[in-house]
Design a protein around this ligand. Structure first.
Ligand SMILES: Cc1cc2nc3c(=O)[nH]c(=O)nc-3n(C[C@H](O)[C@H](O)[C@H](O)COP(=O)(O)O)c2cc1C
Length: 405
């Protein structure tokens, strides 16, 4: 880029909301932006409504986030094997369109565990959302309210469940990392139930930890002084999470390698909330969930952040659906970025599809408006593909609408 064009471009950016969002961290604020940097930034959208798909939001998120925080958002385990398999799984399934159906009215309403939903698209639980935007989980909740989607709140959130429910305007579901100290888990369950959460989602795919090597690389690359915001060595990270306040939790209790199926009975005895088990990838475990009293099974590999299995979540969905055999609803997440992805899972028998990074990209890029735009895009894409496939309601979607390469 020659000098005049470069100056013009910097003037344009100075007038756009993007520059403010870039904050002190990134390239533009530094005098040293290279031509390659500027060319890349020229393709970013500067307002949420300009995003054509959720990947437009991703590109902005990558620029505005501190390097370490982007690493937390973006990476999976080992060399991202499972993350890639999640996306590759969608390519193996194609859509079979049925023509000449009256699709003037597309209806995406559904019912899940006794709750009426306007859409089967649900916000998956994600921790530490203030690492992505100052509004954190409250911005997410306001967007979920604006667009009418169910939100699942992580128990390592940066806002407590009471204020999230207030921002959402109706109860959210509560996701629990149990901790190996039962009294900590029990206190959190009681608090969530008191706040009005109707469902607890027990996450079982990190019991033995995960190898987040790429996240550590990003953190190493980040030149900022992390201790300005985090305690030295991040020693107090659990204590800083509002859901752990006054539970007496110690960090070492976060690891739960001893957790087995009898934990479900403990939860059932401790709370009246319905119980969903998140992180299931096999038919055997899906059957065990039902046998141990789960109300729903949630297929997930944590967005490629649990084990480096190299097995896409969509590929593990059919055996779970077969094992559950209609006895309980099946939710799924990991890798969903487009309406066609969501449609494929619904055609395979999922009752709801949760999204993680797709809305977190929106949060990082533009706060509440970015989350709302991500949800608007996904909902519009799902509505479009339902029309194309000749399926005016979710009940019309079935296995005849997909095939395998
Ligand atoms: C930044 C980030 C934080 C997450 N935090 C949690 C969490 O606290 N609890 C949980 O059960 N899952 C957590 N997950 C996993 C999500 O619930 C979900 O399974 C995953 O994001 C789905 O994959 P996707 O991001 O490809 O949509 C997190 C995922 C991301 C990307």
């Amino acid at each position: 880029m020659e000098t005049l064009a470069r100056r013009k471009f910097l003037e344009f950016l100075a007038a756009s909301p993007l520059l403010a969002a870039l904050g002190p961290y990134r390239l533009l604020a530094a005098e040293g932006a290279t031509d390659a940097d500027l060319q890349r930034l020229a393709h970013l959208v500067t307002a949420p409504e300009d995003a054509l798909d959720v990947f437009d939001l991703h590109r902005v998120a990558r620029e505005v986030l501190p390097t370490a925080h982007y690493g937390y958002l973006a990476t999976g385990t080992d060399g991202n094997e499972t993350l890639r398999s999640n996306r590759a799984a969608f390519e193996k399934v194609y859509l079979r369109a049925m023509r000449m159906v009256d699709t003037r009215q597309i209806d995406t309403t559904t019912e899940l565990l006794g709750q009426s939903l306007g859409s089967p698209i649900v916000l998956a639980p994600a921790g530490s959302q203030r690492a992505f935007h100052a509004g954190g989980e409250l911005a997410t909740a306001r967007a979920a309210r604006e667009r009418g989607h169910l939100q699942i709140l992580s128990n390592v959130s940066t806002h407590g469940i009471e204020e999230v429910i207030e921002a959402r305007g109706e109860p959210v579901w509560f996701q629990l990392y149990p901790t190996s100290d039962w009294s900590v888990a029990r206190r959190m369950l009681q608090r969530a139930e008191r706040a009005g959460a109707p469902v607890v989602v027990l996450t079982v795919d990190l019991n033995s930890g995960s190898n987040r090597v790429l996240e550590a690389y990003y953190a190493r690359k980040d030149g900022r002084d992390c201790e300005q915001c985090h305690a030295p060595g991040h020693a107090d990270w659990l204590e800083r999470k509002p859901m752990y306040f006054e539970t007496g939790a110690r960090e070492e209790a976060f690891s739960t390698p001893g957790m087995t199926w009898d934990y479900l009975a403990r939860i059932r005895a401790a709370t009246g909330m319905k119980l969903v088990v998140k992180g299931i990838v096999t038919g055997e475990d899906a059957a065990a969930c039902i046998a141990h009293g789960a109300d729903a099974v949630y297929v997930s590999n944590h967005g490629g952040r649990a084990e480096a299995s190299g097995w896409g979540a969509l590929d593990s969905l059919p055996e779970v659906v077969a094992a559950v055999d209609g006895r309980a609803p099946v939710l799924v997440d990991s890798g969903f970025r487009r309406g066609t992805d969501i449609f494929k899972a619904l055609a395979m028998g999922a009752d709801a599809v949760c999204v993680g990074r797709a809305y977190l990209w929106g949060l990082a890029a533009f706060g509440q408006a970015g989350v709302a735009r991500a949800l608007e895009l996904l909902q519009a894409e799902l509505t479009l593909v339902m029309g194309q496939m000749g399926t005016p309601t979710l009940a019309d979607i079935g296995s005849r609408h997909i095939g395998r390469h």
